[in-house]
Design a protein around this ligand. Structure first.
Ligand SMILES: *Cc1c(COP(=O)(O)O)cnc(C)c1O
Length: 397
């Protein structure tokens, strides 16, 4: 009999009832160090007092009015995102997937209104992840995500990661945009080198294409800059944001330049909940922290500390781990042992990590994780690695 919750997830047998900072607690009181942060969502950890207050205050006043009316919290968050980034304008969604839907529509409408309606195609990269809607799975095109869900939305071409020749060959008269994650998340924490991002920007300029960045996972301070593309000194035309921007409240956004977005006039797009007072009040509180002086400097300091410790851990367990990669507090350990085993051994050691493609275990801790918690994380990951080594020895004995 089918479970009452549609069984589309492989869930771990863990049930958390409360959280505080970098910690999650089960009903029996067992505490877990959370290095996954709800897949890079709880950017300020669990139950951050400022976010609790922002949500509580707004909840006591007004939950929902719809986008039929002005929403001051939405206006404020948009103003602040425009102030802090390349963007001239922002549309709010409830998720990364919905942001993906809009970027596809925006790119097509841009060229349609510019008198080039044939430009509809978007080039994406192998290993990418842009969400689970019909457009987002067509964008990625992998067998794993699209099997059984055809016919797929046409208009996407995938090229291998890091293959410049294939990318150039894929650009045609019908190309509208290139869409890429500056650091692939689900794909296994694969950063695109700064030189490649610069190259992408130049290629888009040369061919008159829009550069769409998906910073749903790598944005909002995760890499040590407010947005990851800032490391490369470039700017996109359109950007998807979600996950960390709501600190745990469902919130996403599309940021764009005026040129890219100006075809999206009244009536061309909408969302009942997108940009609602609750989400935007929390989003403003997240912005308060992430844009505060020294916040990102602290992220970078802790990122170097974590990375240095991880390099030591990997060196100490060559049968379990292979290499550390990533940027800032978006780190991946490529494993020698199956990554699922490493994640499961972490559960036994009461430390939470997240698997990714390419046999990688992701570490996406709250951006305000403390030095002591980083030390504790190492103790627990070391215990997890020891457990795997013991199992390996048993298996070969
Ligand atoms: C999670 C993610 C998405 C999808 O976001 P949802 O909020 O799950 O719809 C899109 N792109 C990237 C890079 C992501 O990590």
């Amino acid at each position: 009999m089918i479970p009452s919750v549609l069984p589309t997830y492989n869930r771990a047998p863990l049930t958390f009832v409360s959280g505080e900072g970098s910690w999650l607690t089960e009903a029996d009181g067992r505490r877990f160090l959370d290095l996954g942060a709800g897949i890079a969502v709880n950017a300020l950890g669990h139950a951050h007092p400022a976010l609790v207050k922002a949500l509580g205050d707004q909840a006591a006043r007004l939950w929902h009015t719809s986008n039929l009316y002005r929403i001051p919290q939405q206006q404020e968050l948009a103003d602040r995102l425009v102030e802090a980034t390349f963007a001239d304008t922002v549309f709010f969604t409830n998720s990364g997937t919905e942001a993906c839907e809009l970027v596809v529509k925006m790119a097509r409408k841009h060229f349609f209104d510019a008198g080039q309606p044939e430009r509809v195609d978007i080039i994406t990269f192998e290993g990418a992840f842009h969400g689970r809607s019909s457009a987002a799975i067509a964008a990625v095109g992998s067998e794993k995500m699209t099997h059984g869900f055809g016919p797929l939305l046409p208009g996407f071409t995938q090229v291998p990661w890091g293959d410049e020749a294939a990318l150039k060959a894929a650009i045609t008269d019908t190309t509208a945009a290139i869409m890429v994650e500056p650091v692939q998340g689900e794909g296994g924490i694969r950063p695109m080198p700064d030189a490649c991002l610069k190259g992408l920007r130049a290629l888009c300029d040369e061919h008159g294409l829009l550069l769409i960045l998906d910073e749903v996972q790598c944005g909002m301070g995760r890499t040590g800059r407010l947005f990851a593309h800032e490391w490369a000194g470039i700017a996109p035309d359109i950007m998807m944001v979600a996950k960390g921007i709501g600190g745990g409240f469902p919130l996403g956004a599309v940021l764009a330049t005026e040129v890219a977005a100006s075809a999206m006039t009244a009536g061309t797009h909408g969302s009942t909940y997108g940009g609602n007072p609750l989400g935007c009040a929390v989003g403003c509180a997240v912005m308060d922290h992430v844009t505060a002086p020294d916040f990102l400097a602290e992220v970078n300091r802790k990122a170097s500390l974590l990375r240095q410790r991880l390099e030591g851990l990997v060196a100490a367990h060559p049968q379990v781990f292979e290499e550390v990669r990533g940027v800032g507090l978006m780190l991946g350990i490529r494993c020698k042992a199956p990554n699922a085993d490493v994640v499961a051994a972490g559960y036994d050691a009461q430390v939470l990590t997240v698997p990714a493609a390419d046999n990688v275990v992701r570490l996406l801790p709250p951006l305000n994780i403390t030095d002591d918690e980083i030390a504790e994380a190492m103790t627990r990951l070391d215990a997890a690695a020891n457990q795997i080594e013991q199992a390996q020895e048993k298996a070969t004995a």
